[in-house]
Design a protein around this ligand. Structure first.
Ligand code: ADP
Length: 303
């Protein structure tokens, strides 16, 4: 389900739920010409349970993703099942029980994440929308929570119905049970992006789609992301998808989850169907596939 995460966040937010940079941090960054970090993990460890049932899902994860004004960044996260990809995403979202970390710090714009916030939007794999709401009302849900007047939210929802490749005339009044998997996922994406979150968190959003729909969705996502200029964290099991969509790919290892490797990859400047057949593209994919397989051979460990 897409989740607008409307709860307030941070000690002194500029807008409900947003995490503005601290004034000192902003002026410091401006003075030095350095980019402001959007998301930072500082030695983050998450252990679920306690005693003999304790399981450390991720250990000592450190990384920084900087702001790239006017562009954003697309970070794809790859790794074997159980290596902590969803844990990492939900720590950024501030969603329990992954949040808070057991040790270390998760910062968004230099402020510790205290819980969910409107500056972060999440799209999940299982495209559950509200069954009793039409496409239009599902997409407008977050605006409704923000108190946007009916007429305006209807107009904006309709714009987004078209942007994600659905038909206003045919689809606006349909209910989720009348939609295909691909259509439902388009609704979930529209529902999150309509709120313009600074950070978009996507947990295997295309995992359940057929290959052809998946390629179209990849192209559409690239187009929408360029328009939004957000920072995207995108979890996927598909190496092709990670290499195609990502500016950089984080490869995680298991037992417990760690950040094993960070790889910069070429931007998606051609359609998925074209780029994913090219020799250079396939070479990067094969290299990463070998790495993921090697990393997957280890199992989870205790705390
Ligand atoms: P991935 O997304 O890479 O498949 P997850 O982040 O879902 O990995 O899980 C990492 C590890 O943490 C797994 O071993 C999983 O079983 C465990 N885990 C995840 N969520 C919980 C939870 N709420 N309680 C206990 N263990 C959990």
């Amino acid at each position: 389900m897409s989740e607008p995460v409307p709860a307030p966040q941070g000690p002194a937010p500029a807008a409900p739920g947003a995490q503005p940079p601290g004034p000192a941090a902003a002026s410091e960054a401006a003075a030095s010409g350095a980019a402001l970090p959007v998301v930072e993990f500082r030695s983050v460890t998450k252990t679920y349970g306690a005693g003999s049932r304790a399981l450390t899902a991720v250990r000592d994860i450190t990384f920084t993703v900087e702001d790239r004004p006017g562009r954003g960044e697309f970070v794809a996260i790859l790794g074997p099942s159980g290596c902590g990809k969803s844990t990492l995403l939900r720590l950024i979202a501030g969603l329990g029980p992954q949040h808070p970390p057991t040790a270390g710090e998760v910062l968004v714009k230099r402020r510790p994440v205290l819980g969910p916030g409107a500056d972060r939007g999440m799209v999940f794999q299982d495209y559950t929308s509200f069954d009793n709401r039409s496409v239009e009302d599902n997409i407008a849900f977050g605006l409704e929570c923000q108190g946007v007047p009916t007429r305006e939210r209807r107009e904006r929802a309709r714009e987004w119905i078209a942007k994600v490749g659905l038909s206003v005339d045919r689809d606006a009044h349909k209910y989720p049970h009348e939609l295909s998997g691909g259509m439902r996922q388009r609704v979930a994406i529209a529902r999150t992006l309509i709120l313009h979150p600074r950070i978009i968190l996507m947990d295997e959003p295309f995992g359940a789609l057929d290959p052809s729909t998946r390629l179209s969705m990849q192209d559409q996502l690239v187009e929408l992301w360029r328009e939004q200029e957000s920072t995207v964290f995108f979890v996927t099991h598909s190496i092709e998808e990670a290499v195609y969509l990502g500016d950089r790919v984080y490869v995680m290892s298991t037992g417990p989850g760690r950040l094993a490797k960070e790889v910069s990859v070429p931007p998606p400047d051609r359609p998925a169907r074209v780029m994913q057949r090219e020799k250079e593209f396939l070479e990067v994919v094969f290299e990463l596939r070998d790495l993921v397989e090697r990393l997957g051979k280890r199992g989870p460990e205790g705390p």
